[in-house]
Design a binder for this molecule. Structure first.
Ligand code: SIN
Length: 487
């Protein structure tokens, strides 16, 4: 990787304000998601390293929580500015490690910086309450206090934004943090830590522990079971989220989980078809379909389903597949062979259940982990894709007839993260937004993420909210103070 600032390319982890190898000097290789060529090496840290990072965060906490919110805000703002100045380098790293096209990686850096900016501002607004007393000689107050050491376990699909979303909120609240990035994307995490250090973050306030795929579960467990860690924030699959929540239960820590989805994308017959197709592409094919809020089931009202599916296939056929750093590429590789096999399985199952492949359906001729952008018409509720998140570039179109039917279909899943619908009917817009059992609803848009709004799901899609006014509360405790006074 040729970066303008080569010092962002780190080969050591960041603990207690120092760049360090693993205690046993173990390392792991980081590969380019498109070519699978090695692009760097980082420490493969073990339990002793993770303990060291937790202790460093615990040691830094008393000092960091005492710093006035204004000063924490200034440091976060400086970190945000440095991230924006390094946007090209960070985007290059995100594309290399995770495979997304460069324009998407640049958008992710802007999104990450947006969280740093938002929480730099929110740091100064950790307001409490004054409650009318229940007795004349009492005065009642509620204050917000930082919860303590927080841990973030972050995914590979947004290697910068998910760290920024968690760390900015935690640090703004006055917590210190330990980040365990996904084994596939440690370089972006370390570059962010290098910029945080440059921004003047005191030693131990942010720590990054890198692992390989085999040590990752052990370190996750250690973090969950540590009584020093008072809050855990995880973004990833529902399966892993449930496991981490169970592991964290013994120490009764605050847990915030942003897990899997199975987003419905509903198009009513009164919708603007062109706009719906455009929104569908944004909601489905961003990051090659590898986001938790990617549309997974396209419900289209009859008699529009065929026209929608054909137009979608026509537009998607224009999306160029290739390495993310190639000009004009819109669809990069999938993260690994397992991800590719899942898309293949969903296509085969849809075909076996009577679906019609309008576009794609196969591994891409480029080889590696590339898959052809795929559109399937005539999808039905019995198909695997109706129940499982594909996490790949496959759009399946399910016809439906009326509003009650589609509400029932959309809600017939254990998941409840994002949902989308297109309609020009204002009354329906309210009815639908209220009826969908999801944490987020996009109406006439396929893109709803922003640092300023609460992001999160219901049911098996998670607990808690990130971003928005609510994001900082995941890292705060409310303390009620009852003061007896002389009348
Ligand atoms: C995710 O896929 O987990 C995050 C997507 C987003 O924040 O837009």
């Amino acid at each position: 990787m040729q970066l303008a600032d080569q010092t962002l390319l780190r080969t050591e982890a960041f603990i207690g304000g120092r760049w360090c190898p693993a205690a046993d000097n173990g390392e792991t290789e980081v590969v380019n998601a498109a070519s699978r060529d090695p692009i760097g090496r980082v420490p493969n840290m073990g339990p002793a390293d993770a303990e060291r990072a937790i202790n460093a965060a615990a040691t830094a906490f008393p000092q960091w929580k005492r710093i006035v919110a204004y000063e924490r805000s200034v440091i976060l703002r400086r970190w945000c500015d440095l991230v924006r100045e390094s946007a090209d380098d960070l985007a290059q790293m995100i594309t290399a490690e995770g495979g997304k096209p460069l324009p998407e990686s640049r958008a992710e850096v802007a999104y990450a910086a947006g969280f740093l900016e938002w929480f730099a501002e929110e740091a100064r607004r950790a307001y409490g309450d004054v409650i009318p007393p229940h007795q004349a000689d009492k005065r009642l107050l509620v204050v917000r206090q930082p919860i303590g050491v927080a841990a973030a376990i972050t995914p590979w699909n947004f290697p910068a934004a998910m760290i920024a979303r968690k760390a900015a909120a935690a640090l703004a609240a006055g917590c210190t943090m330990l980040v365990k990035p996904a084994p596939q994307t440690p370089l972006t995490a370390l570059a962010l830590a290098a910029l945080a250090e440059r921004a003047g973050l005191p030693a131990g306030v942010l720590n990054v522990v890198t692992t390989d795929a085999s040590t990752s579960p052990e370190i996750g467990k250690l973090i969950c079971e540590s009584s020093l860690v008072r809050a855990l924030s995880f973004t990833g699959s529902t399966t892993v989220g449930k496991l981490l929540a169970a592991q964290a239960a013994a120490t009764v820590k605050k847990v915030s989980l942003e897990l899997g989805g199975n987003a419905p994308f509903i198009v009513f017959a009164d919708a603007d078809l062109e706009a719906a197709v455009e929104g569908a592409i944004a909601a489905k094919f961003r990051n090659a379909g590898q986001t938790c809020i990617c549309a997974n089931r396209f419900y289209v009202q009859q008699p529009l389903a065929d026209a929608f599916a054909r137009l979608l296939a026509e537009r998607v056929s224009g999306l160029k597949v290739g390495a993310g750093d190639t000009d004009g590429v819109a669809i990069g590789p999938l993260i690994d062979e397992r991800g590719l096999a899942k898309v293949e399985r969903h296509v085969a199952d849809a075909q076996a259940c009577g679906g019609t492949i309008l576009l794609g359906g196969h591994r891409h001729a480029l080889g590696g982990t590339f898959f052809e952008p795929t559109v399937i018409a005539g999808a039905t509720s019995g198909m695997q894709i109706a129940h499982e998140e594909t996490f790949g570039p496959l759009a399946a179109v399910f016809p439906f007839t009326d509003e009650p039917e589609v509400i029932a279909l959309a809600n017939a899943t254990e998941y409840g993260l994002a949902s989308y619908f297109y309609s020009r009917d204002l009354s329906r817009a309210f009815r639908m937004a209220e009826a969908l059992d999801y944490g987020m609803v996009g109406i006439n848009t396929g893109m709803l993420s922003t640092p300023t709004a609460p992001f999160g799901g219901v049911k098996a899609s998670g607990i808690g909210r990130e971003g928005g006014r609510e994001g900082m509360s995941e890292y705060q405790e409310l303390k009620y103070i009852c003061l007896g006074i002389d009348e």
